[in-house]
Design a protein around this ligand. Structure first.
Ligand code: NAD
Ligand code: UDX
Length: 480
């Protein structure tokens, strides 16, 4: 029986390995992690991450050919294929701080593999890493090899949160990069045979190592760039009376552009886009490509602009101050169908409103109160380093309460801000919400989920990203 071990039981390692286990009953899969609480949760009825369809997949194979364990060394030693799916956050200090990927976790996993291995292994980069990481890992492994042979493969993951199981069952493609030697090609074939259990052969793309590593960063940069492009258009739509949804539809029907990933929003979030573009920028700079770095930096700048533009719109519409006013925040996750809040636009918007002394009542169907309070008390990039809680930010979090539903959040509020496109926000009884709010009652929709006309009929003053402005908003001072 082929044995697979995956180091890192996170958003990628857990679902990916569960799908491999369910699709390949002849393979034994162990997912290991240094976090005892995470492994305990994977072995319980309440999994550590919320992902539609994940519970069923895990239930089907856990204890049969899928195991979650903290016995990292034993499972690595026994495996034929070791996936490394540890976190690779942005560095917060030292050389390249704020841009470069922090490979501390990766390096310690590689050194551990070298320490405990007693048989030849294929080591697979599942984490998103800078180009040429495979070379660094190869060096660590071969310099400590004790005669053991390693083949390093790059097999980046393209799943999106909220649709991870669907994406894994039906991937657009699986990408495998390897050395162009006979041992390298053999290793690529071995990994290919795992995916071939359920992925059609023409969807399994094989490249050299550096192309595979770079393709992952490139894919995320291109996706994020589309969102910044449509978000830049949303600002122009508001200024001119055009409707961004109509513009996106009109351009998206051009088959060369395509309709996906053109939804204007308050800004993209998630653990990947910003981190991976910053990483790309750093790699460009290290290679003397300042103009290329500048091009990609603009994608992040527009995203930051979109978030601050939203805050400015809220404040300027409400007579230029929200001090002491109650603002309901609907949704805190970075997108629907996940409880993940890493880099969610809601953090920057809430911090902006707190900075203007607003009192926030936040509701999200999947994010815990503890998580929201922690997010609002941490500095940028520090979600992986929770030790650095700032006292000032802690103080600010006192202006925040987390409640159990949208009606409670909006009771007595001056404004409602929609931050995540949860389906339930479309079907709320906005008449009831209006009745319970202070007047004039405002809705600021950062996700284009509300029916603007209907809400205006109820009496709300409505702002929806990239839509023609309410006459009230047109009269308010210009937004930066
Ligand atoms: P995560 O933080 O959810 O999980 C990483 C896990 O690795 C953590 O549980 C951590 O405890 C564990 N870990 C760290 N060092 C370890 C070690 N030495 N030994 C054992 N366990 C260790 O991260 P994630 O979201 O799963 O992302 C993992 C990688 O995949 C990142 O490089 C990310 O960029 C990439 N990626 C993420 C997504 C996504 O949607 N989240 C999608 C594609 C790619
Ligand atoms: C992304 C990539 O899609 C995935 O391929 C990669 O493996 C990991 O990074 P993820 O961050 O989980 O996945 O979600 P995604 O659906 O890409 O959304 C990212 C952010 O962009 C979210 O905040 C989402 O709301 C926003 N978004 C997405 C928009 O604002 N408009 C869109 O049209 C699409």
């Amino acid at each position: 029986m082929v044995k697979i071990c995956c180091i890192g039981a996170g958003y990628v390692g857990g679902p990916t390995m569960a799908v491999i286990a369910v699709k390949c009953p002849s393979i034994e899969v162990a997912v290991v992690d240094i976090s005892v609480s995470r492994i305990q949760a994977w072995n319980s009825d309440v999994l550590p991450i919320y992902e539609p369809g994940l519970d069923e997949v895990v239930k089907q194979c856990r204890g049969k050919n899928l195991f979650f364990s903290t016995d990292v060394e034993r499972h690595v030693a026994e495996a034929d294929i070791v996936f490394v799916s540890v976190n690779t956050p942005t560095k917060t200090r030292g050389l390249g701080a704020g841009k470069a990927a922090d490979l501390t976790y990766w390096e310690s996993a590689a050194r551990m593999i070298a320490d405990v291995s007693k048989s030849d292994k294929i080591v697979v980069e599942k984490s998103t890493v800078p180009v040429k990481t495979a070379e660094a890992i190869e060096r660590i492994l071969t310099h400590n090899s004790k005669g053991i042979k390693y083949q390093i493969l790059s097999n980046p993951e393209f799943l999106a949160e909220g649709t991870a199981i669907q994406d894994l069952f039906n991937p657009d493609r699986v990408l495998i990069g390897g050395r162009e030697t006979s041992d390298g090609r053999k290793a690529v074939e071995t990994l290919k045979s795992v995916y071939a259990h359920w992925v059609p052969e023409d969807k399994i793309l094989c490249t050299n190592l550096w192309s595979a590593e770079l393709s992952k960063l490139a894919a995320n940069a291109f996706l994020a760039q589309r969102i910044s492009s449509v978000n830049a258009m949303s600002a122009l739509c508001e200024a001119t009376g055009a409707d961004v949804a109509q513009v996106a539809h009109a351009i998206g029907t051009d088959s060369r552009i395509g309709p996906k990933f053109l939804k204007a929003s308050v800004g993209f979030g998630g653990s990947c886009f910003q981190k991976d573009i910053l990483n790309l920028i750093y790699i460009c700079e290290c290679n003397g490509l300042a103009e290329v770095a500048g091009y990609w930096r603009q994608v992040i700048k527009v995203n930051d602009y979109q978030k601050s533009r939203f805050v400015n719109r809220v404040v300027s519409s409400m007579f230029n101050t929200v001090a002491g006013k109650k603002v309901a925040i609907l949704g805190f996750a970075f997108k629907k169908d996940t409880g993940d809040t890493r880099e969610t636009a809601a953090i920057d918007v809430c911090k902006g409103l707190i900075g203007d002394k607003a009192h926030l009542r936040i509701y999200d169907p999947q994010v815990s109160e503890d998580q929201i309070q922690r997010d609002l008390a941490l500095n940028k990039f520090e979600w992986d380093h929770p030790a650095h809680l700032q006292p000032a930010a802690r103080e600010a979090a006192k202006q925040v309460s987390v409640v159990g539903d949208a009606y409670e959040a909006s009771k007595g509020a001056h404004a409602v801000c929609v931050m995540t496109e949860w389906e339930e926000f479309k079907g709320l009884d906005y008449g009831r919400i209006y009745e319970g709010m202070q007047k004039p009652a405002f809705v600021f929709d950062g996700r284009n989920v509300v029916d603007v006309e209907k809400l205006r009929e109820i009496g709300f003053i409505v702002y929806s990203i990239g839509k023609p402005l309410d006459p009230w908003l047109k009269d308010m001072p210009a937004v930066a």
